[in-house]
Design a protein. Structure first.
Length: 478
């Protein structure tokens, strides 16, 4: 082939590339996907942020267009450029109208996420949000997160199993961090080993709390100064993802992104991500019932790490208003259902967090009296979830009484918690609530001068942790 023929061939190929590029730009435009913002969009974003009383240059709000996080610094540059130009009446009018080419979503943050000004962190976070939006859309479109007969979303049997695994992962790692603080290194690593055994199940689940919970757990590990464990966890999860998940599964790309996130201890990244996930959930799975929408997203009685918007249902509410909400919960979800217990427990935890101790004790006592009036519920050993709900009710009552220095009442509540759990869990099986209850009961007994009872609680606790270490030694010796 001579030089003229080669030149002609390359010319045709360049034309093909340009034509293909133009076709893709056209299709992406039809789908509302654009690489950059335009001046009109920048002006619109500036005006909306002004309406929200937010300065245009601050990362106090996530601005998302078609699942793509927009760069506030780019908005600032456009706006500064526009200010230098003389704008006529028509230009001012155009800036007040929603840009027609794509839909914008504004997600306010209760803080300024200044780390997004770093290009590397911004690009990683934008990629994470993009795949998250794909994952959420896919799960809603396929009915994976459809609502049940009670109007609650994401409560299918397989999803509930996944949530249990996420809770186990959180509880084991939190206990491990506590043991590290107590310098019980062998026990801490044994608990971490048992937590890592859950990674395969964690990767497989489709539960919508999957990634917010993982980010929360990684944040807690980073705050404990254990970056090596956090990196090891992220890498191990991604290894499982490459083994289990299909290449086109958005979660696989999300796990890869998690493994490259540069963490710090502020919690901003976790809170911003959770705010985005909460927005995605509420835009598709909220319905018209505020209580059911709130429970459907949280599906737990306490946040895995920082609060964020976790307690929004009760925030700044009086006790009378909270009582009214809980009455509606009973009516809508059933007095002894798991969602009802969960929402009652959330209210108690919120009041404890706000140091409204007497009110927390009042709500917890009301819930416990309901259980004591139905003793067959406490003795039902067949329903594992009901057992957990009941023991948490007594545990939270004991915690509130402890805060009010009602030590004898508190010890009695913790003993009720332990007895209830023992109906479902054998003496030497590790259980986070029993561990907390045994520690608190031991402390209360010593305060009351009942050292014989205190030693009994301590023996149970030591036996439970000894079993954890023994199991770890056996696995290490294989």
């Amino acid at each position: 082939m001579n030089a003229d023929s080669q030149g002609s061939l390359w010319s045709h190929r360049r034309l093909d590339v340009v034509r293909l590029s133009n076709q893709w730009k056209y299709r992406l435009g039809k789908w509302g996907i654009f690489k950059n913002i335009c001046a009109e969009e920048a002006n619109y974003i500036r005006m909306v942020k002004m309406g929200l009383r937010q300065p245009e240059e601050c990362w106090d709000c996530l601005v998302v267009a078609s699942g793509i996080l927009l760069d506030i610094l780019e908005v600032r540059r456009y706006c500064q450029r526009e200010r230098k130009k003389k704008t006529g009446p028509q230009g001012a009018k155009r800036s007040t109208i929603r840009p027609p080419r794509r839909h914008f979503v504004f997600i306010p943050l209760p803080f300024t996420f200044s780390r997004l000004e770093e290009p590397s962190i911004f690009n990683i976070f934008r990629r994470l949000l993009w795949f998250t939006s794909m994952h959420f859309d896919s799960c809603f479109d396929t009915g994976t997160w459809s609502k049940d007969n009670c109007g609650l979303y994401g409560r299918a049997h397989e999803l509930r199993i996944g949530l249990v695994q996420l809770s186990k992962l959180h509880n084991r790692l939190c206990d491990a961090l506590k043991q590290f603080r107590r310098r019980k290194t062998n026990l801490a690593f044994a608990l971490i080993g048992s937590a890592f055994e859950l990674h395969e199940a964690i990767v497989r689940t489709y539960h919508h709390r999957q990634f917010p919970d993982i980010l929360a757990i990684m944040l807690l590990i980073e705050r404990a100064g254990l970056s090596e464990i956090q990196i090891c966890m992220a890498t191990n999860l991604y290894d499982w993802a490459t083994t289990i998940l299909h290449e086109n599964d958005p979660r696989r790309h999300m796990f890869r992104t998690l493994a490259s996130i540069p963490w710090d201890t502020t919690g901003d990244l976790y809170l911003a991500f959770d705010a985005y996930c909460r927005h995605l959930w509420m835009s598709r799975g909220s319905g018209t019932n505020q209580i059911k929408a709130y429970y459907s997203y949280n599906q737990a009685s306490l946040p895995r790490a920082d609060d964020g918007r976790f307690y929004d249902l009760y925030r700044r509410k009086s006790l009378a208003e909270i009582d009214l909400i809980l009455k509606q919960v009973d009516e809508q979800l059933g007095v002894y259902s798991h969602p009802t217990f969960c929402l009652w427990h959330t209210a108690i935890r919120y009041l404890l967090k706000e140091s409204r101790l007497a009110e927390a004790e009042c709500v917890a006592r009301s819930l416990s009296q309901r259980l004591l009036q139905a003793p067959h519920m406490i003795q039902d050993q067949g329903d594992i979830q009901l057992n957990v709900d009941i023991l948490l009710s007594f545990f939270l009552l004991g915690s509130a009484q402890h805060s009010l220095l009602l030590f004898e009442n508190s010890m009695h509540s913790f003993v009720m918690c332990i007895k209830t759990r023992r109906m479902a869990v054998s003496e030497y099986n590790w259980d986070p609530t029993i561990a907390f209850a045994l520690e608190e009961a031991d402390s209360m007994a010593r305060r009351l001068g009942n050292f014989i009872m205190a030693e009994g609680f301590k023996r149970q606790l030591d036996g439970m942790y000894a079993a954890v270490e023994e199991k770890d030694r056996m696995q290490q010796s294989r």
